[in-house]
Write a protein that binds this ligand. Structure first.
Ligand code: SF4
Length: 327
């Protein structure tokens, strides 16, 4: 049974330039105890989708239509289905969010220790044990993660970029949430630090047996850590399935080009990028949104939007090369 379910979800930004259709009709399930990757170019809607999953909807962003719901264990052996407006009541303990850019996310005028205190919900049992006990729990958790306890007394600007990101991961996992959402967790970090952060995230996911959803434009990150992968293009989900199936048998022309552009050890041939630009999401094309860049475009692609079809077990694609319109 899926833990989080999205059905035809549409999230738009109402801006002075018009309504940006950032996430436009996305449907998929997120399973318990998995690492789900969400990939795609900048502006494809992946970070907006993550905000929706976190129930972090603030103007100008709004949910226009569709549904999403999560199964929340109430602690008494029962599972309650919760949706937008309710998910936020269970931030940190049920679902946590590691936003993009640790530099700007941590409050610069508050010591790290207080940022942990603030993350404990008012009705959480830890509140009853008092600040000293919480401090001890946080210190023990940092030691478990092999982070120096001294960071608790620091302000964010006193920490390196890599340490700030590790602190954010610690903060996001402190209450052992069932779902951890991480937005570009390795951006702007050097390769060695990136590797350490990915290792930390995946080890914690394995220990807690929870669900980790990672947004990244870096397909190498997904290859290393994701069990399943969702590929987004211009607000649409274009391919979705087990990571191995997507890397070994990419079905959508966009996914094929994304994977084809990756460097390979020992292969010195020039990698070809994807020419052209994604469409303007204020006024996107009526048919397939990839049509203007697709090397396999057909006549009907420009005016008929393809549906999401299953092409092999658990592997879905949205493209006219498959299904009834193939050939
Ligand atoms: Fe290319 Fe047509 Fe498939 Fe879109 S639907 S990816 S234009 S072949």
């Amino acid at each position: 049974m899926a833990m989080l379910r999205l059905r035809d979800l549409k999230c738009y930004y109402d801006t002075p330039r018009g309504v940006v259709q950032a996430v436009d009709g996305v449907s998929f399930d997120i399973q318990p105890n998995e690492v789900l990757g969400i990939a795609g170019e900048s502006g494809c809607g992946k970070s907006t989708l993550l905000k929706a999953l976190y129930d972090y909807i603030q103007p100008p962003l709004q949910i226009v239509s569709g549904t999403y719901e999560a199964d929340f264990p109430d602690g008494k052996g029962k599972v309650k289905t919760i949706g937008p407006g309710e998910i936020r009541q269970h931030w940190w303990e049920f679902i946590s969010y590691i936003p993009q850019g640790s530099m700007s996310v941590l409050n610069p005028v508050i010591r790290i220790e207080s940022q942990f205190f603030d993350a404990v919900p008012r009705d959480h049992s830890l509140r009853a044990v008092g600040k000293t006990a919480i401090r001890e729990r946080v210190a023990a958790y940092l030691k478990e993660l092999e982070l120096p306890v001294e960071v608790l007394k620091s302000y964010p600007h006193q920490l390196s970029g890599g340490m700030k990101q590790r602190v954010l991961v610690a903060l996001g996992t402190f209450l052992h949430p069932q779902i951890v959402l991480a937005d570009e967790p390795t951006t702007a970090l050097d390769v060695v630090v990136q590797k350490g952060i990915l290792l930390m995230l995946t080890e914690l996911q394995q220990q807690m047996e929870n669900t980790l959803v990672v947004v990244s434009h870096d397909m190498g990150v997904h290859y290393q850590i994701s069990d399943r992968l969702a590929i987004m293009y211009a607000g649409k989900l274009v391919e979705y399935g087990p990571t191995d199936a997507i890397f070994n048998n990419p079905a959508h022309p966009y996914t094929q080009m994304l994977i084809g552009s990756l460097p390979r050890v020992g292969d010195r041939t020039q990698r070809v990028g994807i020419s052209g630009r994604p469409p303007n999401l204020v006024n996107p094309p009526a048919g397939c949104r990839f049509a203007a860049r697709c090397p396999k475009v057909m006549d009907h692609c420009a005016h008929e939007a393809p549906a999401l079809l299953q092409i092999e077990p658990e592997h879905f694609v949205s493209c006219h090369l498959y299904g009834e319109r193939a050939s």
